[in-house]
Write a protein that binds this ligand. Structure first.
Ligand SMILES: *[C@@H]1O[C@H](CO)[C@@H](O)[C@H](O)[C@H]1NC(C)=O
Ligand SMILES: *[C@@H]1O[C@H](CO)[C@@H](O)[C@H](O)[C@H]1NC(C)=O
Length: 798
């Protein structure tokens, strides 16, 4: 369905045209990456690109606020927070006078293409400007400020919007620029609170005061956290899911009358399961069923008066807009920025203005004004107390998050009937524990007995099995690594003993959470079904590996955390050289033969190259890259960074590349090597992996329960069809269960990866943004998406 176009042709169309980019409204992390991508793609297609400083105000004021950009104008901003070109709020632009001034400033420079990055208000402003454009020019002609010819030459203004908003409150796109980074900030605070029991390492003043509070009281504590979201509860909802919060207030779902009693009961209930810390998350726009605001202090006073718990309120203000952008926001903004330029170049006076959004893992063009209208409808629905509709209008992902949040709130487990086992296989990956937690809890509420297996298939063979309870998994969502313990052992050689354990504990289903070994293991168990009836049970694999190399899914658990960890590593490496002489870093990433980690990290840090196995390279390519860096270094640029996947080439090793760059750069730059190593597996899971893990755990148990019911015969579960041994994956934007036998055909077993990898089409963008090997003809432009209520929509690829 997707058509590939030749960007060499677009290169021609860009020539002789001018475009401008501005950021507007509240800061959102990732705006810099968007500005960088728009600028560089604009230059790539041959257009003149102007940066407009201070948002619409700069456009109205003109002068030095509108500057012609070159390639270096946007160097080294991708990792910075906020927006490098400013985003002042502007009253003048809301008046016609202001817009006349702005039109004059643009038309004088021949700018007829405008890319605006901001919230729905800013994008609406852009559309008004576009609609008025010809009348503004007419007026300028009448007043004698511009000539008739100039007006005729620039008769039409094309606009395109990029949604920068930390609230993720724009209908039509799965994610807005900045929302993921805001979640990172919120999670950092929640982690600081939750980890006070163990070692406390943060020196942030706020965290220190929390630490004192946590350690100086031994009784029950409640933490009330207020996050941004005056009209939209997205940040609060996802934070609650990702932290396993006890109670949540969002504007879209006001609590029913009597919530005070129910909330206090819930807090007391969780105490009986051993939890000493309660977390309540509240969106700043939270209201009750009568539309009356619910404030965080009201909630606090309630907990203190009714339960006597020591309670603290924290209002997370601008912290949520701060810090460095997450990998997701940097990659998202780069993708959307490139697509914005393509959309501008293709625009005609008849094409409706569009916003570039994300659908699954693809950039798409959305009808701007329809999206704005949809976004307004949500508010109207809330104002008219049609709350269920408001949640639906927010999109399938919001609704899905909400359902899962409710599903996982405390429920009394029912009597156990059948049993299932959960295990982790392969290397540890962030998000594994979140998946175990939600799976265990949901299975318990389904009336299943849940066994946790320690140390993967090896543990299953050795009978290392323990029964899990509701509280066994409390607080697991935010923990890195694998709390169950994981091993790489494959089942093949231990089949007899595995079958023994399965039969001893009457295990009627297996949930495997792991990487490529997990997949290969489930395949082996499936293939042994002919020999052992005990293996005729539903089996599900939740892909979890930093390498993102499991067939049947676009994303595996742990990959997002790994890209963030590698990106942070590279940011620090680059920083370490600031002020010193010219230097190129060669950084080695993990991933086995799979180049996902190297490619995504490369985009997120603005690397000069990322060598991977799937994209073969030879000595000519290496030479081109070295020459390119040498040129770059001569032009005032201080640093270069080259990524190398650990198995990208058996002879062009990291050491080889280091020596090559060192020799060729002699006298111009020096070269250093860094092997990122295990830090890529580690640390706290990213908000995405917590949320993704939680949701996959739920979907897996729902699927397993259905398969068990379907295949229940003569007092036992007997499942032998291929469709009962599956990989649970996310494909584009649809959750799917692919039989392991079917996936065999699309697997490269030698190199342990799928034969076709969706992210491969990010490679031309990486190369273009680094400005060489400029063949960009593999670029696949965004589809035009129609805004309807989506049945399944996902944020951040879910
Ligand atoms: C397994 O099932 C059998 C028969 O239904 C029962 O006697 C036995 O106690 C069960 N074992 C466990 C560990 O639940
Ligand atoms: C690496 O070198 C060996 C000889 O030492 C050669 O056989 C092999 O094909 C080379 N590998 C690649 C990928 O070129």
């Amino acid at each position: 369905k997707m058509s590939s176009i030749d960007l060499e042709k677009l290169k021609m169309t860009g020539a002789g045209r001018a475009m401008a980019v501005l950021t507007s409204g509240g800061d959102a992390q990732g705006m810099n990456a968007a500005v960088r991508a728009v600028t560089r793609m604009g230059i790539y297609v041959g257009a003149k690109v102007y940066l407009i400083y201070e948002g619409y105000q700069g456009m109205v004021d003109g002068g030095d606020n509108i500057k012609l950009a070159n390639w270096q104008s946007v160097s080294n901003i991708i990792q910075q927070g906020g927006t490098a070109i400013g985003s002042a709020r502007c009253k003048a632009f809301t008046t016609r006078e202001g817009r006349i001034a702005a039109a004059f400033n643009l038309v004088k420079k021949g700018i007829t293409n405008l890319c605006v990055c901001g919230g729905d208000g800013s994008l609406t402003g852009a559309n008004i400007f576009r609609c008025e454009w010809s009348s503004l020019l007419d007026e300028l002609v009448q007043k004698g400020r511009i000539t008739d010819t100039l007006a005729k030459q620039h008769a039409h203004l094309n606009i395109v919007g990029l949604v920068g908003s930390i609230d993720n409150d724009f209908c039509g796109t799965d994610m807005t620029i900045g929302a993921d980074s805001a979640l990172h900030r919120i999670m950092e605070i929640i982690d600081a609170i939750m980890t006070t029991f163990s070692v406390f390492i943060c020196s942030h003043t706020f965290c220190k005061s929390i630490q004192m509070w946590c350690t100086s009281h031994s009784h029950q504590r409640t933490f009330v956290l207020e996050v941004m979201g005056r009209h939209c509860g997205y940040l609060a909802l996802v934070s609650a899911l990702a932290s396993g919060a006890d109670w949540l207030f969002i504007p879209e779902a006001p609590p029913q009358e009597g919530w005070e009693d129910r909330m206090c009961d819930r807090l007391e209930g969780s105490r009986t399961t051993g939890s000493r810390l309660n977390i309540i998350i509240i969106a700043e726009g939270a209201i009750d069923i009568n539309g009356k605001p619910i404030s965080s202090t009201y909630v606090k006073d309630l907990v203190v008066q009714r339960l006597g718990y020591d309670t603290r309120v924290t209002v997370l203000g601008h912290v949520q807009r701060g810090g460095t952008p997450s990998a997701f926001d940097r990659i998202l903004s780069s993708k959307l920025g490139v697509e914005a330029v393509v959309a501008l170049m293709e625009a005609t006076p008849d094409t409706p203005p569009c916003a570039i959004g994300l659908s699954g893992n693809q950039a798409v063009r959305l009808p701007l004004m329809e999206c704005v209208e949809m976004t307004k409808l949500v508010q109207i629905a809330m104002d008219e107390k049609r709350f269920e509709e408001a949640i639906k209008l927010r999109g399938g992902s919001f609704e899905n998050n909400w359902k899962i949040y409710k599903l996982l709130s405390f429920q009394k487990p029912v009597q156990s009937e059948v049993s299932l086992a959960v295990l982790n296989v392969g290397a540890p990956a962030a998000g594994m524990n979140a998946a175990v937690r939600s799976a265990v809890r949901l299975a318990l509420t389904h009336g299943q007995k849940v066994y946790a297996v320690h140390d993967g298939f090896q543990g299953l063979a050795d009978g290392k099995v323990v029964e899990m309870e509701w509280h066994s998994v409390a607080g697991w969502t935010g923990q890195g690594g694998s709390l169950l313990g994981t091993k790489r052992t494959l089942p093949e050689k231990h089949m007899e003993k595995i079958v023994e354990t399965i039969s001893k504990f009457n295990i009627s289903a297996l949930l495997v959470i792991g990487g490529f070994e997990g997949y290969a293991g489930v395949l082996q168990l499936f293939e042994a079904r002919g020999r052992y009836d005990e293996l005729c049970i539903p089996m599900c694999l939740i892909p979890a590996t930093v390498s993102n190399n499991v067939p049947g899914t676009d994303f595996s658990l742990g990959a997002d955390t790994a890209v963030n960890a590698a990106m942070e590593g590279c940011d620090k490496i680059k920083q370490s050289a600031s002020g010193t002489k010219r230097r190129v870093f060669v950084v080695e990433t993990m991933g086995g033969f799979c180049g996902y980690l190297a490619t995504c990290t490369g985009i997120a840090v603005g690397a000069d190259a990322a060598y991977i196995f799937e994209d073969p390279f030879n000595i000519q390519d290496l030479k081109t890259n070295v020459d390119h860096l040498t040129e770059k270094m001569k032009k005032d640029v201080q640093r270069g960074l080259v990524l190398r996947n650990e198995k990208c080439h058996e002879n062009y090793t990291t050491d080889f590349i280091h020596r090559l760059y060192s020799s060729e750069g002699k006298g111009i730059f020096d070269c250093r090597v860094n092997v990122l190593g295990h830090l890529q597996q580690g640390g706290a899971p990213s908000p995405f992996d917590r949320n993704f893990g939680t949701k996959l755990g739920v979907r897996a148990i729902q699927w397993i329960s259905e398969r068990m019911t379907e295949n229940f015969r003569q007092g036992r579960v007997f499942a032998n069809s291929p469709s009962t041994a599956c990989v649970l994956g996310l494909n584009r934007k649809v959750i799917s269960f692919s039989p392991v036998t079917e996936l065999k055909a699309v697997t490269d077993f030698e190199h342990r990866m799928p034969r076709v990898q969706w992210w491969f089409n990010l490679r031309p963008m990486l190369r273009m943004l680094a400005r060489y090997q400029t063949s960009f003809c593999e670029y696949v432009p965004g589809e035009i998406e129609h805004v309807t209520r989506r049945s399944i929509s996902i944020d951040h690829g879910f």
